[in-house]
Design a binder for this molecule. Structure first.
Ligand code: GLN
Length: 487
């Protein structure tokens, strides 16, 4: 791939070339498709590629660009995680049970991007139903990390993160229930944002845990993240949990001056067992923010953090066990085998769900069952309230909290597959954000053994601007986000 090929551009760079007609959307789309076809045999980030449809959409975008009134994302090629419904394009959620399912409608975010004439290139690989942290729980194949092909890209949006890092598209979309955007963004060295719960419509997102799920972008930098958020955020009448608050213009957050900004560093996020080099990179990043004029409180405390993982693994599986009940073998079934309805459901769910999904359904069904509900589910909800209250308190004296995204860099493929608890632990720093419903962003802040380190920023509800403000200022001073894997 030539270093300056169109597929390596940021959105903001491509926008001006498209508008001045120095580059066409068709050329840009062809460049991404060429990259996809040369790389996919090794990377395997995608479950579907829509060449023909993408070129057709690019042609339409070029007509709009020529007419002179494009939207911000007109002609920009992107990839969606395969958990979002795309009209006419297969949507599997990385599961056998949805193999061959072609949605008759678009998710709201996909519709909004279609209305701007962004170009959909394909659908990315993921852990089945977004349950996992490595993309190895995809029913189809694992995805490699573009920085080192023997490492995981993270998960569950690993395909979207790997595709973004390797320039298969100018931006990608993921979903984040407990870290599934930020952790893979960290492992692949790109920007990933989980918005505030309610900021982006979940209509057309296949539900995992409805009180935690959010859709968000993967981009090269903070500026592009603001551009995509401008397109996808905002109220939606098809999602009763989407906030009626009108979103701001996120680009106004890109100011570069963070003097006087109050940063907090919660001590519970620097734990025993984390990689020393990760800690060092994160502390260096915080010191840089301090030199840029932010005031840093190095001793913020969020004491309930240590209960977040346990609470999450009650709440998320409980909601999943209810959400996944709809895959009963009748409407989206895999098989029609069985003499009775019950046998058909058993055959379909038995063959259609992988081991991690079955584990979650069993955990959730158990936690919600009569006699155990109070001990598990209710208790977990109480912990959730404590965690929310602690964040509320922290944001009275801090604008942004800064932590590592994950305790380690990307781990070797296969190394945690047999040990679910070890896999779950890789999200220990990202889960509290979903539990509290606040926004979180990961951006690259260094490398260890050739693998990216992620810096996580958290802010108060509906203050994505604070995250973009800090990320933009940091990226004005550093070049981690400009490095590319040599694939
Ligand atoms: N890794 C976490 C889990 O397995 C989070 C997944 C996600 O955010 N979708 O549940």
């Amino acid at each position: 791939m030539p270093a300056n090929a169109p597929n390596t551009l940021s959105i903001h760079e491509a926008q001006s070339l498209l508008r001045s007609r120095q580059l066409s959307s068709r050329e840009l789309t062809q460049s991404c498709l060429a990259r996809i076809h040369s790389l996919e045999p090794r990377l395997r980030a995608l479950l579907a590629v829509c060449d023909e449809q993408a070129l057709q959409q690019a042609g339409e975008a070029d007509r709009i660009l020529a007419a002179g009134n494009p939207a911000p994302l007109t002609g920009i090629p992107y990839i969606s995680k395969d958990v979002l419904c795309t009209k006419g394009v297969p949507t599997t959620c990385g599961s056998r049970i949805l193999e061959g399912f072609v949605p008759p409608y678009d998710a709201t975010v996909i519709r909004r991007l279609r209305e701007q004439h962004a170009v959909l290139l394909g659908k990315s690989n993921m852990d089945e139903f977004a349950m996992g942290s490595s993309t190895e729980h995809s029913a189809y194949f694992p995805t490699a990390n573009p920085w080192r092909l023997d490492r995981v890209p993270g998960g569950s949006s690993g395909g979207s993160a790997a595709a973004m890092a390797s320039c298969e598209a100018l931006f990608t979309l993921g979903s984040d229930t407990g870290g599934s955007i930020r952790q893979p963004a960290g492992f692949c060295g790109v920007v990933g944002l989980k918005p505030t719960y309610g900021r982006v419509s979940r209509y057309g997102l296949v539900a995992f845990a409805s009180s935690l799920d959010q859709i968000g972008p993967f981009t090269r930098d903070a500026e592009d993240c603001a551009i995509v958020m401008n397109a996808i955020a905002g109220p939606c009448e098809m999602d009763a949990t989407s906030s009626p608050l009108p979103p701001p213009d996120y680009r106004t957050a890109l100011k570069g001056d963070i003097r006087g900004l109050r940063i907090g560093v919660p001590r519970e996020y620097f734990i025993e067992g984390m990689q020393a080099e990760v800690r060092r990179s994160v502390e260096e990043a915080i010191r840089l923010l301090e030199r840029l004029g932010a005031t840093v409180d190095w001793d913020v405390t969020l004491p309930s953090t240590s209960y977040a993982l346990a609470a999450y693994y009650i709440i998320a599986p409980s909601e999943a066990s209810a959400n996944l009940a709809r895959f009963d073998g009748v409407k989206y079934g895999l098989t029609r085998d069985g003499a009775t309805a019950e046998e058909m459901v058993i055959a379909s769910r038995g063959a259609g769900f992988g081991p991690e999904v079955k584990r979650r359904i069993m955990l959730g069904t158990y936690a919600l069952s009569s006699g155990y509900y109070d001990a598990y589910y209710l208790k977990a909800q109480k912990v959730r309230h404590l965690i929310r209250a602690e964040f509320d308190r922290a944001f009275q004296s801090c604008d942004v909290l800064v932590t590592p995204t994950s305790p380690t860099v990307a781990f070797p493929l296969g190394s945690k597959l047999d040990d679910p608890i070890q896999m779950y632990l890789s999200d220990v720093f990202t889960l509290p954000v979903n539990i509290a419903g606040i926004p979180g962003l990961s951006l690259p802040c260094g490398f260890v053994d050739g693998l990216p380190v992620g810096l996580q920023l958290m802010a108060n509800r509906f203050d994505e601007e604070a995250l973009l403000h800090v990320a933009y200022a940091y990226q004005q001073q550093t070049d981690w986000h400009l490095r590319r894997p040599s694939l």
